[in-house]
Design a protein around this ligand. Structure first.
Ligand code: M6R
Length: 607
């Protein structure tokens, strides 16, 4: 949600704080700020809007100091404004915070009754005021933080800078991630290893309820009053991995990385020599699984919807897909012997985490498909199947989604083999189809100009766009519509083709582009009928199909793209790349903010 950084340095830290905030801006971009100690006093610069505004502010009013904290915000409590931008400070302490303090009102009432005056509308300020109240009663920063942690409720990560204390920064986490970086006589603390990457590769991760005291030569971590040890690990992230390279946007770079990261993920889950799937050891037997429940949010949930088709077809397993934000409150009965699969790029989406916690309470085995192995969802799970997508910075999920699909397909094939519903020959055929995927995705990327043309000529001026698909192409239609709306702000909806006649067909006229996702699979004839129904009503058809499909329907469409021929089972992965390109080039034509679309943030750690 928000991005946090703190540095105890040897030289002025403001440029380093800004540098880290640039890497964290994908997490929130409605305001930003930094605070340092200048002659022992807290000094701040904050600005509403994107980081460039803060940069301009700092140019006009530089901020010296060798210890400091920084923040980039996605507003929850209090509208985006300079007044509510972090660091939130009193004269004793400055705080940067990610997440929500659930009992802030109760704490605020008590603090106001003590005579404390609040200057912002944020929940964060209760932490600053609470610490100040403890510090004023002669507690040390360590005592104050230990005591405050016991009173705060909610899911949060925070870092504190204390006036008069050039020697310490303190951090605390419950539910939201926080990593400590070890330098040479310098220390760092930030939301994740990505924020710290250029500074140091030696990183340790705080656990829930940890609070840490950082000094220039190391960190001491506590749980309550007990000291605890958190291992220092080598982070594999390099600055090269987190730059845009030669691409205009992170999203385009990440779309283009798909052949590589799909290949990397395939290598982890397939054995090309034996043409078989090889998953890590699982703590359950597929034969004894009563039901699979897949949960996630947004794009990750659509990955689950596609996987449902695969598990049902290949392993004859009963699968429910539940939007995490609904599942956690609906509290569905989950049968004994069930497996719950959580799908998440960030691994910190709070709705997905809570849905998984609910599944745990129902005695389900927890399996997660995540891109961040240190994340809260990964830690909660009994087993993790990582996607090897690398850092995904563009707010729109692209390579994380296609690698989630690769992992879920491998799992469905493994389940089918174990349950005897998939023959060895079939497995070999499917594995070969998967191995070909990076090459087919590459061919799709080579046709980028065709997507640009359709985006510019057919989609960019539309007010509404529909996406249709059937079978496992239906969730691809949903994903195409989501991508288009989040990037270009054009209203778009995805429908199962067969549902058109039950309502949405009323929307069709000669101004509505309809993107039809139609690989020639066993139900191609059905989507072909839906295509004709749209055509009969004058809809503007954009056809995505292979050679046979374009031969049959291409002449009747306003425009079409001939996709590479692939086995229908892997078609959702390939056709996803096509809808990504359509959304990207439509947004480019409209001139919207592609990597940081309005109102969105990369990972949603609050409700
Ligand atoms: O990090 P997660 O995969 O859990 O995030 C889930 C959704 O918030 C995410 O997929 C969202 O829908 C993206 N903006 C889609 O592009």
């Amino acid at each position: 949600m928000c991005g946090i950084i703190g540095i105890i340095g040897k030289a002025p830290v403001t440029p380093l704080l800004l540098d880290a905030l640039k890497r964290l801006e994908y997490r929130g971009y409605d305001s930003a700020g930094v605070a340092t100690l200048v002659n022992g006093h807290i000094d701040r610069r904050r600005a509403e809007g994107k980081l460039v505004n803060l940069e301009a502010r700092l140019k006009a009013e530089p901020l010296p100091g060798t210890i400091g904290i920084g923040h980039t915000r996605w507003a929850t409590h209090g509208k985006p404004s300079e007044r509510n931008a972090h660091p939130i400070a009193t004269d004793r302490v400055a705080i940067v915070h990610n997440g929500i303090i659930e009992n802030f009102q109760e704490l605020k009432d008590g603090l106001v009754a003590e005579g404390r005056r609040f200057d912002s509308d944020t929940d964060t300020e209760v932490v600053a005021q609470l610490l100040t109240s403890y510090l004023e009663s002669q507690m040390s920063p360590e005592e104050a933080m230990g005591k405050a942690m016991a009173r705060l409720r909610g899911a949060f990560a925070l870092v504190a800078l204390f006036s008069g204390r050039h020697d310490i920064l303190m951090g605390a986490r419950r539910g939201s991630s926080l990593a400590v970086g070890y330098g040479d006589g310098e220390m760092y603390i930030g939301t994740d290893a990505l924020a710290l990457a250029p500074f140091t590769s030696r990183v340790s991760y705080l656990e829930d309820d940890d609070w840490a005291v950082l000094k220039a030569d190391g960190a001491t971590v506590y749980q309550g009053t007990q000291k605890v040890k958190r291992p220092i690990k080598k982070s594999g992230l390099s600055s090269a991995l987190i730059g845009k390279g030669n691409h205009q946007h992170f999203m385009l770079k990440e779309i283009h990385e798909q052949p590589t990261v799909i290949g990397d993920t395939l290598q982890s889950y397939l054995d090309p020599a034996t043409r078989s799937v090889s998953l890590p050891a699982l703590p359950f037997d597929w034969n004894k699984v009563s039901r699979v429940t897949i949960t996630g949010c947004g794009t990750a949930c659509y990955a689950g919807m596609i996987a449902k088709y695969w598990f049902e077809k290949l392993a004859r397993l009963a699968v429910e897909v539940d939007v995490a934000s609904e599942m956690r409150y609906r509290e569905p009965p989950l049968p004994d012997g069930g497996v719950c699969i959580a799908v998440s790029q960030s691994g910190e989406t709070v709705d997905t985490l809570e849905a998984l916690r609910y599944a745990q309470s129902q005695k389900q085995t927890l399996l997660s498909v995540v891109n961040v192995p240190e994340s809260a969802i990964a830690r909660l799970s009994d087993v993790v199947l990582p996607t090897l997508a690398g850092p995904e910075i563009g707010v729109a999920s692209t390579k994380a989604f296609t690698t989630q699909l690769v992992v879920l397909l491998a799992a469905a094939i493994a389940a089918g083999r174990a349950r005897g519903t998939l023959s060895r020959d079939e497995e070999e055929r499917l594995v070969l189809a998967m191995i070909e995927l990076p090459a087919r995705v590459n061919e799709t990327l080579n046709m980028e100009e065709d997507y640009r043309r359709i985006a510019e000529n057919t989609l960019a001026a539309a007010r509404d766009v529909l996406y249709l698909g059937r079978g496992s192409s239906f969730p691809v239609a949903l994903e195409g519509a989501l991508k288009l709306k989040e990037l270009s702000y054009i209203h778009a909806e995805g429908y199962a083709g067969g549902e058109m006649k039950h309502g949405p067909i009323a929307l069709i006229d000669d101004e509505v582009p309809v993107v039809v996702v139609a690989p020639t699979d066993p139900i191609f004839d059905k989507i072909a009928s839906n295509f004709e129904q749209v055509r009969a009503r004058g809809g503007r058809l954009v056809l995505l199909s292979d050679k046979a499909g374009v031969a049959r329907l291409g002449a009747k469409a306003e425009t079409s793209i001939m996709m590479p021929d692939v086995d229908p089972i892997v078609a959702p992965i390939l056709y996803t790349v096509a809808v990504q390109l359509l959304a990207y080039y439509t947004a480019l034509a409209k001139g919207t903010d592609i990597d940081q679309p309005r109102n969105l943030a990369k990972s949603v750690t609050v409700e």
